[in-house]
Design a protein around this ligand. Structure first.
Ligand SMILES: NC(=O)c1ccc[n+]([C@@H]2O[C@H](COP(=O)([O-])OP(=O)(O)OC[C@H]3O[C@@H](n4cnc5c(N)ncnc54)[C@H](O)[C@@H]3O)[C@@H](O)[C@H]2O)c1
Length: 317
């Protein structure tokens, strides 16, 4: 019987992954220390799965979970993800992201017989470039401590793939996810929070509105991750690296115009210099040919559809 263990299960992407797995009737073992995630995101469904409030830095607790459940599939999302928090405490970012990942890889090998493992890496491993980033052709040069911590994890996974040839390993480089249940104070929750507090015409006070990002709907990403791990088992090769994105980019300003159109409200943007990040990528876009070739699809790039969904979920419309 398939058993899917998800770390970071109570987080933004994790809550969508567990929801989808449960809706497909899969057995789920959820691990999260609730440092950023919320039990309420998965509360309704905790009866249907085994939930452990455990820190991935605690190897002995991980060992017990792997020993007891012997998961067949592992989706590893737990991390310190918010970049300003990682920059503020680089040692913590390395401790959670790198040591936590190594613990997990060891517990998997020592205590279970995992068929397929999926790791949440990031587009932040690529050197800044105006072109779409390609998995093997683009230059890898992490832009910040968060990206570096994820790149070190990729190297650990590469090494582990040689030690555990029966397991399939997928490194998924995620771009900018959006959708309901965001945990980190990213730009879309910030915009919606400000809109929520106002009636009629809206005045937004924001930092950089010009950077262009590959915006990816979180629920479709969750589905792509699960489908990848299901399919990867049929391949000979045991290590894969793919971008999870749409291949399109849009600026924050363009996103706000789309929101204004959907809400049929006037939105004026005021730049607050104190909110402008001193170092920021101007353009982050993925080449999605590998994902398309593997799955036959990518997440939907249509921002109007995606933003309308969040606005409905958050009861703006
Ligand atoms: N959201 C994005 O746009 C994006 C982009 C690139 C990569 N990623 C990666 O995808 C993964 C999921 O991202 P997310 O947006 O859902 O972030 P998130 O912060 O909502 O989820 C991470 C989860 O991990 C948990 N966690 C943190 N430290 C832990 C620890 N030591 N032990 C156990 N659990 C711990 C948190 O409580 C949280 O629920 C992360 O690894 C992130 O780096 C996300």
């Amino acid at each position: 019987m398939e058993k899917w263990l998800v770390t970071g299960a109570a987080g933004f992407l994790g809550s969508h992954v567990t929801e989808k797995l449960l809706s497909e009737g899969k057995k789920v073992i959820a691990v999260d220390n609730l440092s950023w995630g919320h039990k309420s995101f998965i509360e309704e469904r905790t009866k249907e799965m085994d939930f452990y409030q455990v820190d991935i830095r605690d190897k002995s607790e991980l060992d017990k979970i792997f020993e007891q459940h012997k998961p067949t599939h592992v989706i590893h999302l737990a991390a310190l993800h918010f970049i300003p928090a990682a920059i503020k405490d680089p040692s913590l970012a390395i401790d959670i992201n790198v040591r936590g990942t190594q613990n997990l890889l060891q517990s998997m090998r020592e205590k279970a017989n995992v068929k397929a493992f999926w790791f949440a890496s990031t587009g932040d491993v690529y050197a800044p470039d105006e072109k779409a980033h390609h998995e093997t052709e683009s230059v890898i040069s992490p832009f910040n401590i968060y990206g570096l911590s994820k790149f070190i994890c990729e190297q650990l996974i590469n090494l582990e793939s040689k030690n555990a040839p029966e397991t399939k390993f997928v490194i998924g480089r995620l771009f900018n996810l959006y959708g309901s249940r965001e945990t980190n104070p990213h730009i879309i929750p910030e915009i919606l929070n400000q809109i929520k507090k106002q009636t009629g015409d809206v005045q937004l006070s924001l930092g950089s509105i010009w950077p262009k990002r590959d915006m990816v709907p979180v629920d479709q990403t969750a589905a792509c991750v699960i489908d990848t791990l299901t399919k990867v088992i049929t391949f000979e090769q045991n290590i894969f690296c793919m971008n999870y994105a749409t291949g399109n980019v849009t600026s924050v300003e363009e996103m706000i115009k789309t929101i204004a159109k959907i809400l049929d409200r006037k939105i004026q943007i005021n730049i607050d210099p104190t909110k402008v990040r001193s170092v920021e990528r101007s353009h982050l876009q993925a080449d999605v040919r590998a994902l398309k070739a593997f799955l036959g699809r990518t997440p939907d790039p249509d921002l109007t559809i995606g933003l309308t969904k969040i606005l409905k979920d958050e009861q703006f419309i």
